[in-house]
Structure formats: structure tokens, C-alpha cells
Design a protein around this ligand. Structure first.
Ligand SMILES: Cc1cc2nc3c(=O)[nH]c(=O)nc-3n(C[C@H](O)[C@H](O)[C@H](O)COP(=O)(O)OP(=O)(O)OC[C@H]3O[C@@H](n4cnc5c(N)ncnc54)[C@H](O)[C@@H]3O)c2cc1C
Length: 291
């Protein structure tokens, strides 16, 4: 989640590395049974600059009954407090997502792809994505500079191999990481998705990447197989770097395994609980703020 508009000092840099961008849905395309790609664009995205890899941002959706999301004080530093102070019924819905890809679109305006894991009607973002259509309006709080702190994948320069472990919500980030991975760097992937055909949400793997896929069929009781699968595997010699993202409990268990049973230096692990079973993003934010 990006909540600040910290100033940078570079002479040619915009003064705020993160800011709000208005965007419209340009296209929607189903990638696989559980993932749908929404492409956003329009002149409001001018100046948006994804840093690639697992670049994340905050997506703001209109509250029920509204067509356009708004965030009071969006151009200043106080927006977060103003947004939180709003009546929840009138407040734009904020959720964290990943920029799967950015390119120049019609008229030279940026276009970005965001891949949504569809987990049913229980979450407003999943519901919105399942019903989204061209011209729908959203707000993105995202990067205006490529080198920004919402890119987490940062292997140390001496890395000999990388381990990527992800559930369906982090498949877009894995795709972004693979797009930029040096072609000769060995990559071992463990990916857990609802359905066998969700593997089509990733493009063909580079030559030095090997993926182990497992499925949970959308059943919470069958999730969490990543740690077992990694525990059964032989890891290469040399200096590894691990990037882990997905359901928070599964990510925590896998990190513990890598540190305590595999002896991986904790400084060589980047991990992120993207969501937690049984808790909405609002509840997680409230918890993080000590509420
Ligand atoms: C840095 C970051 C990047 C992320 N990138 C992506 C991305 O690119 N694509 C993506 O799809 N998600 C991504 N996520 C995860 C996404 O933000 C959460 O899944 C979010 O909770 C979805 O919001 P919602 O409104 O659908 O559900 P919420 O209202 O937040 O949650 C409602 C209920 O649904 C459950 N739930 C939430 N997500 C799932 C799920 N995937 N499967 C089953 N149950 C779920 C919750 O536990 C809760 O019980 C990212 C998260 C982070 C922190």
C-alpha cells in the first residue's frame, strides 16, 4: 500500500514519486479461469512510470452508486487522513495491485495492464474486475518515477539463483519479474493457483527458469502447499535470493522454512503477504494502524 507522497531530490525528477492518476478502462481480457486482465489508459495516466518487476500501486474504485472515485485533498500530503475520515459508504475503495506491464498507447498516453485474481463476489475489487467494461473510471496512486520503493524484487548483485514463490494474486508480479530477469540467471518457481489452466496467465518461461505448479481448486483448506513443495526440493548451491508473495500465512510459513531449515540469509529474502484468509484489505489496514 502506498500512502505517502515523499519528496525526492533529483534535479530532473518530479517532486513526488507517487501521485494520483485518473484512468479509464480501455480493454478487459480473460487470461485464464481465475485471472482477468484490465488495461487502463487515457491522458490522465500521463507521467505514470512503472519501475517494472513487482511494481505495486493503490487502486481506488468508486463506492457503490458512484461512477467516478474521488479522494479529497488528493494533490496534497493530507489525503490519507481526509480519505479515512470520510463516511465508508461515500469513500473510494482502496486496494493494492501490481502493474503487470506498461507501454505507450493511443496518442502516446501510457497504458498499463493489471491482472486481477477473481475470488468471487466477496471482495469489492474482485467483484469490480469481474464486471469491468471499457470507459469505467478509476484512480491509481502510483509511481511518477521508475526507481521507487514500491518495487520489492531487488536481488543483490552477487545472486547466483533466484527462487520465486507465489499464489494467483502474485502471478502478475512474477510475470513482471520474469520480463526483466537476466536470461542466464537460474530461476526456480513455485506457483500455486486455483486451476490447472491458470498457468496460461504467465507467458512461456525463459530458458533458465523451471516452474513447479500446484492447484488448490479455490478451497482454502487445500492452500499452503508451497512450503511442502519447496521442502521436498533440492536447492542449488551458491548464493540464492528468494521472493515470496501471496496469502500471508503461506508466505510466513515458507519464509520460516527457508531461514530455519535451509539456512537462507534473511536479508536475501523479500516477502510480502498480499492478502490474508478471512480479512479484507480494510481490516488489515486497520490492524496495521493499530485500530
Ligand atoms: C503489494 C500487493 C500487490 C498485489 N497485487 C495483486 C495483483 O496484481 N492481482 C491480484 O489479484 N491481487 C493482488 N494483490 C492482492 C489483493 O490486493 C487482495 O487479494 C485484495 O484483498 C483483493 O481485494 P478484494 O476487494 O477483492 O477483497 P477484500 O475485500 O480485501 O477481501 C474480502 C475477502 O476475500 C478474501 N480474499 C482476498 N483476496 C483473495 C483471493 N485472491 N482469494 C481468495 N480470497 C481472497 C479476504 O481474505 C476476505 O475474506 C496484491 C496485494 C498487495 C499487498
Amino acid at each position: 500500500m502506498t500512502t505517502d507522497n515523499t519528496a525526492t531530490t533529483g534535479a530532473d525528477e518530479p517532486s513526488t514519486p507517487f501521485r494520483f492518476f485518473d484512468a479509464r478502462v480501455l480493454r478487459v481480457r480473460r487470461l485464464s479461469p481465475s485471472l482477468t486482465r484490465v488495461t487502463f489508459g487515457g491522458p490522465g495516466l500521463d507521467g505514470f512510470r512503472s519501475g517494472g518487476n513487482d511494481q505495486s500501486f493503490s487502486l481506488f474504485l468508486p463506492p457503490p452508486g458512484r461512477a467516478v472515485p474521488d479522494v479529497p485533498g488528493r494533490d496534497g500530503d493530507g489525503w490519507f487522513h481526509a480519505w479515512r475520515a470520510q463516511d465508508p459508504a461515500d469513500r473510494a475503495i482502496m486496494r493494492s495491485y501490481t502493474i503487470r506491464a506498461q507501454r505507450a498507447g493511443a496518442g502516446g498516453h501510457p497504458e498499463v495492464d493489471v491482472d486481477f485474481a477473481l475470488h468471487g463476489d466477496v471482495g469489492p475489487a474482485s467483484r469490480w474486475a469481474a464486471n469491468s467494461a471499457p470507459d469505467d473510471r478509476v484512480l491509481l496512486l502510483g509511481p511518477a518515477v521508475e526507481d521507487n520503493k514500491s518495487v520489492g524484487f531487488r536481488p543483490p548483485p552477487d545472486t547466483d539463483w533466484v527462487l520465486l514463490a507465489a499464489d494467483e494474486t502474485a502471478i502478475p508480479a512474477v510475470g513482471g519479474i520474469l520480463d526483466r530477469l537476466p536470461p542466464d540467471l537460474p530461476a526456480l518457481l513455485w506457483l500455486e493457483v486455483p486451476h490447472e489452466d491458470d498457468r496460461h496467465a504467465l507467458p512461456p518461461l525463459p530458458a533458465h527458469a523451471h516452474a513447479h505448479w500446484s492447484t488448490h481448486g479455490g478451497d482454502p483448506a487445500r492452500r499452503g502447499g508451497l512450503t511442502r513443495a519447496v521442502a521436498d526440493a533440492e536447492l542449488p548451491d551458491g548464493r540464492g535470493y528468494a521472493w515470496l508473495a501471496g496469502e500471508a500465512g503461506g508466505v510466513r510459513a515458507l519464509r520460516r522454512h527457508l531461514v530455519h531449515e535451509r539456512g537462507l540469509d534473511r536479508r536475501r529474502i523479500t516477502f510480502s503477504g498480499y492478502w490474508r484468509l478471512g480479512a479484507s484489505e480494510e481490516q488489515l489496514r486497520q490492524e496495521a494502524l493499530g485500530g
